[in-house]
Design a protein around this ligand. Structure first.
Ligand SMILES: Cc1ncc(COP(=O)(O)O)c(C=O)c1O
Length: 304
């Protein structure tokens, strides 16, 4: 990681290398933190943060689900994100707001501890993403089952959800794949380790409903809106593993991944084994949106 700019901690911008927490910080021991992943794009006008209000809303929703008392308002967090991006000097970057139960009492109950907030950003070059973005990712259906909301609130973007996701990702990489796809406890497709998933079959774009256990992705929502504005539609339905193998095209969506093509699942080639036409067109449409080239979606950009 390249250390650039400053990190916002509880209201102050501190030098990158000084943004430290105590080793007895509650979240380090018990995973009691929630976070966001946001992108800032270098548009022809200026840098612009993609769907900032929606990300801040989700951050607060996650905090609420963990009974975290935020010491900042949504407006203060949004302003702090903009300030941190400006302080980074980066034209495009990844932004990571983090809310966590901090240092105080040590024990399982976090609620007596202060809720700390930090915002960091780091360089994220255009087009840079995990393996397979352009060539098509090879995915493994994970042997790890996606945890579900009977155990913890899955609509919270919480650190504790990601131990499960990280195990799936590590298993996929160890087996020579680029990414994992997770099934829920019913054996239906939930999502990737950090992306939502869509399939295309006979020209019809389909995605699992949120009740299948995937995160309510902001890119998922964006892509659905773009498809609809372009005259198309997306069907939400439970997908089986066989739906993946027999799909003509598969793509994943996420802040980091944007629109990522999937060309192989387990040992099965998807469609022609190359990125499909619908995925390719959507990648272009989505990129136009994030770069401010599509007038219809300019309201999704917060120019800094
Ligand atoms: C588990 C999971 N699902 C889906 C997504 C996609 O969400 P978004 O498009 O809001 O980045 C992410 C990334 O944040 C994720 O971590």
């Amino acid at each position: 990681m390249q250390e650039v700019g400053k990190i916002w901690m509880n209201g102050k911008l501190v030098p990158f290398k000084d943004a430290k927490v105590h080793v007895l910080t509650h979240a380090l021991h018990y995973s009691t933190s929630i976070f966001e992943g946001i992108r800032c794009y270098n548009t022809s006008k200026s840098s612009a943060i993609f769907r900032l209000p929606e990300h801040v809303d989700r951050l607060f929703k996650s905090a609420k689900l963990y009974s975290m008392k935020m010491q900042f308002s949504k407006k203060e967090i949004s302003d702090a994100i903009i300030k941190t991006v400006i302080a980074s000097g980066l034209k495009e970057c990844y932004i990571r707001p983090l809310v966590y139960y901090g240092y105080g009492t040590m024990g399982l109950t976090p609620t007596q501890n202060k809720v700390d907030v930090s915002i960091a950003c780091w360089e994220w070059k255009m087009g840079e993403s995990k393996a397979g973005k352009f060539s098509g990712a090879k995915c493994k259906v994970s042997s790890w089952i996606k945890i579900d909301s009977r155990s913890q609130p899955m609509q919270a973007k919480a650190a504790s959800n990601y131990a499960n996701a990280a195990l799936a990702r590590m298993e996929a990489l160890d087996n020579g794949y680029d990414e994992a796809i997770m099934l829920n406890n019913q054996g239906k497709i939930a999502e990737g380790s950090a992306e939502n998933i869509f399939i295309v079959k006979d020209g019809i774009i389909q995605t699992p409903p949120l009740s299948a256990g995937g995160l309510e992705g902001i890119t998922r929502d964006s892509v659905i809106q773009v498809i609809e504005q372009n005259g198309g539609f997306v069907i939400e339905r439970d997908l089986e593993r066989d739906d993946l193998y027999s799909a003509d095209e598969i793509f994943m969506t996420g802040t980091a991944a944007e629109v990522k093509s999937v060309t192989q699942i387990d040992k099965v080639k998807i469609g022609s084994g190359k990125m499909g036409k619908i995925t390719q067109a959507l990648q272009k449409s989505f990129s136009d949106v994030t770069l401010g080239k599509d007038e219809r979606f300019l309201s999704w950009l917060t120019f800094v």
